[in-house]
Structure formats: structure tokens, C-alpha cells
Design a protein around this ligand. Sequence first.
Ligand code: HEM
Length: 92
Amino acid sequence: MAWTKPKRRTPSLRNVALTGPYMHDGRMTTLQEVVAHYNSGGKYAENRSPNIFPLGLSPDQEAALVAFLQTLTDTSFVNNPAYGPPGRLSLH
Ligand code: HEM
């Protein structure tokens, strides 16, 4: 079979403020960096989606987008002991 360039799966943004560093190789440390990357139109790739293009966001709009991403944090999920490390669950 012919070699095809790898594609990336679009990840969920749920709890994204807690899951850095970002991208498949962790090259970005903060959500600010991620948003600046998208705002710039991303890097060239042969198979880059046409949906990745320069956005023309102002610094205020970039900050608003970061703030929005922070609202995707589900604290009741991340603090639920049922999803915590085993052994801390009380069964009675
Ligand atoms: C301004 C709009 C966008 C925002 C704020 C955004 C946000 C993010 C964030 C925060 C990540 C890192 C997730 C992680 O590492 O856990 C990410 C990765 C990714 N996003 Fe977006 N995204 C946007 C637009 C898009 C679009 C339009 C596409 C598809 C055409 C896309 C496809 C992807 C893919 C494939 C990755 C994984 C890349 C990798 O692992 O190297 N994103 N995005």
C-alpha cells in the first residue's frame, strides 16, 4: 500500500485548560500560544485543512477566546472521586 501522510485526529476541548502541554508533541505550553498559532493561520502542511487560515483576531479577541476555552473546565467531573485513583473509593 502507498504511504500516506499521517493525519491528526481533532481532540476534544473538554477540560482543555487542564491538559497542557498541547498538540501531539506538547510543543505549546499555554492556551495563549495555541490561540496565537491558530490566529496566525497555523504552519504549512501539505495536507492542512482549508479550515485553518489566518483569523485576524485582535489581542482582546484572542484573550476572549482563551477565556472561552477556560470555561470548558468541568470541575465536578475532575473532582469526582469515582474517577480518581483506585483505592480512594468508598463502597459503602
Ligand atoms: C480558533 C479555532 C480553534 C481553536 C481555539 C482550537 C483549539 C485547539 C486546542 C486547544 C488544541 C490542543 C488540544 C490538545 O493538545 O489537547 C487543538 C488541537 C487540534 N486541533 Fe484545533 N482549534 C481550533 C481550530 C481547529 C480547526 C479548524 C481544526 C481542523 C480543521 C482543528 C483541528 C485540530 C487538530 C487536528 C488538533 C491536534 C493537533 C496535534 O495534536 O498536533 N482545530 N486545537
